[in-house]
Write a protein that binds this ligand. Sequence first.
Ligand code: FMN
Length: 501
Amino acid sequence: HGSSNTQANKLTGQEVAKHNNAEDCWVIIHGRAYDVTEFLPEHPGGPKIILKYAGKDGTEQYEPIHPPDTLDKYLDKSKHLGEVDMNTVEKEEKEEDPEEIERQERIQRMPILEQCYNLMDFEAVARRVMKKTAWAYYSSGADDEMTMRENHSAFHKIWFRPRILQDVENIDTSTTMLGSKVSIPFYVTATALGKLGNPEGEVVLTRGARKHNVIQMIPTLASCSFDEIVDAKEGDQVQWLQLYVNKNRDITKRIVEHAESRGCKGLFITVDAPQLGRREKDMRSKFSDVGSNVQDTGGDNVDRSQGAARAISSFIDPALSWKDIPWFKSITKMPIILKGVQRVEDVIRAVSVGCDGVVLSNHGGRQLDFARSGVEVLAEVMPELRRLGLQDKIEVYIDGGIRRATDIIKALCLGAKGVGIGRPFLFAMSAYGLPGVDRAMQLLKDEMEMNMRLIGCNTIDQLGPEFVDTRGLSMHSTGVPSDTLALDAYDPLAGPREKAR
Ligand code: FMN
């Protein structure tokens, strides 16, 4: 066999099906067969998941997790066996999965897009229409998910001190981030595996970002290839690169140089993930997905069937340290920003080693549980930077839990240059595709203009600490006791309505 197979001489499904075990394992991906026997132990996601598809077509499972150039990059050409006549491949008798049937029914009754009035609404819809595994990967946080929820609720501890009678007829929300002009100071932060939520993947976010003149940060672990995401941009649209640093620095160097040559305007090195956090929702949903017939194939000492996240991130270098920063500066002219800084000492150190920015972030609550929210750290960082006269030496961003324009405004008042938003755009994309992303961004813009007006500011540079009351910010326990009499009287706001049956 091997490369000698010509178009006319396609492999048959029966032929491939013979190679169905750990000693002799072929799989079909996108109509082509591959001999992965020797690759099994090297697969970052572990051999089990491949063995589940030994002798079969694994495309559906493979697709969202692997960028299109993966096989060419990592599997020797001699193992590419050529095209398969897909008519001869036995179709998997898919059991009618009752959960899937229910999901399809829910999709039929999905609220129309116009029923989504804020970013939380997209999340409520996505929860009901996404595949369980995809929802688990996107929505999960680490351990007890305390930090994940704190990210959002931290904003509820900051209140406004608006000013009045300011002539707020004209509002301008534009500003610059790392020197690029943007129409509103939020960016689409890096989130891995876009195709879990939408078959087109991250390019949908690229198109949404272009329409609204906001910046997109491209994840190292995108489902689309890096070049596909860059090719999807138009004109002088700005993109940044999020970098997971590989143990093999040659690979990292190639990624960075390539990103710079393709016009990326910022290098965001993720520093909060030397090991991936335990996201139990993700792990549980994956575990049930690995069929019982492959539970004891053996040969794999490390159990890597621990959810999508851990499977794809085993290359990340836990030895990354401050000592590496000068090397990054030597290989690129892009501004260098540390993503995932969590205390003021490290911001000051970032300034001293010549970083251009930091993102105060805890990875959306997916890493260290009980890490503080980005906005709380921001309130700690900015007064200290001002005291030391360093506030103009570095751009400070935050992400995590931002769902309303008031959240953005609070961060800007406290001194952030901009904010990153992750899950809301994933959920908008998963539920409604590009129109969803478009609407989510437009809703934020509308909220932003209205709320700037209501606190009495015309432009971003007018926002400052005098507009917020942050006295409650350090409180990590619950706030006021609930007024139980009021609970009965209060009508909770309802989510988007489903269409009639
Ligand atoms: N951060 C990274 O630096 N690299 C990643 O590959 C990455 N993947 C993510 C995947 C998902 C599904 C989510 C939700 C977050 C991911 N993050 C990643 C973290 C985000 O960049 C960001 O810090 C976080 O999502 C912000 O919180 P929010 O989702 O509440 O807006």
